[in-house]
Design a protein. Structure first.
Length: 277
């Protein structure tokens, strides 16, 4: 019909995205998801510990005529999580979507990692998911339901030695279990809880840790033989957050170019072939 605005996938929804700030170069999963949510009609709360980074994402959304606000805080602290959810409700009236995205990645195996690094990883990567969910669920219940998306990683579902991040990998494996437990326990409240497991995507978070050669090897590790990026994760998040996924809960969606479907021996063969060229 002439003059009628086409509804967007997330029209009328309010979303909180943790770790939503943008760096000066490239896009991470947090800001890509926040920007994509706004493009699909959601009003977005950008929750980040870094005000400068949060403002970069806000600027992009504003330039695209989206709607967003900023909360600065540490999602590993309960009081800050409660502040973020209260701001969302005060400004936008409800909370329909929560994306638990924030993470840190110290390098090392169990011999290398310090006790302090281990504790910090679990506080930021996993405890924050529990605290933010705990704070949001009461609002979702009163609103008739909602969607929670936890960002895990394929590193939480497989072991590897060439680039060891044992604390990160373990925390991301635990995120999968947290997701299934929450999905079962809160389904009665019409709250869907799902997990996205990005594969070896290239983002500003991983860039400092890998060389160009390793970047090529990572790309070749998946059957599609193309490099994934933050927008691939952001598109999956829009789907899981939307009513199109109304009958999906308790699942982990790999966004990995087929990496988890690939046998480890075939990976070795592909890497060996590249090394011999």
């Amino acid at each position: 019909m002439v003059g009628r605005r086409k509804l967007k996938t997330l029209d009328g929804k309010v979303a909180i995205v943790t770790g939503a700030g943008s760096v000066e170069y490239g896009h991470g999963t947090g800001d890509a998801m926040a920007i994509n949510f706004a493009r699909h009609g959601a009003r977005v709360v950008l929750f980040d510990i870094d005000e400068e980074r949060a403002n970069r994402t806000l600027k992009t959304i504003n330039q695209e005529r989206g709607i967003a606000s900023i909360v600065i805080g540490d999602v590993s602290k309960a009081a800050d999580c409660d502040l973020g959810t209260s701001v969302a409700v005060e400004q936008f009236g409800s909370i329909d979507i929560l994306v638990n995205n924030v993470a840190i990645i110290p390098r090392g195996n169990v011999v290398d990692v310090t006790e302090e690094e281990w504790d910090q990883v679990f506080a930021v990567n996993l405890k924050s998911m529990m605290l933010m969910s705990k704070s949001c669920i009461k609002y979702m219940v009163s609103n008739g339901g909602g969607s929670i998306i936890n960002i895990s990683s394929t590193e939480g579902q497989r072991g590897q030695d060439w680039l060891p991040f044992v604390a990160y990998s373990t925390s991301k494996g635990a995120a999968v279990t947290l997701t299934t437990s929450m999905a079962v326990q809160h389904g009665k409240d019409n709250i869907r809880v799902n997990c996205i497991a990005p594969g070896m995507i290239y983002t500003p978070l991983i860039a400092p840790h890998i060389s160009d050669e390793v970047r090529t090897l990572r790309r070749m590790g998946a059957p599609l033989d193309i490099e994934g990026n933050a927008w691939d994760v952001a598109n999956a998040a829009v789907f899981l957050a939307s009513d199109n996924a109304r009958w999906i809960t308790g699942t982990t969606l790999p966004v990995d170019g087929g990496l988890l479907a690939t046998q480890s021996l075939s990976l070795i063969d592909r890497f060996t072939d590249l090394a011999e060229k």
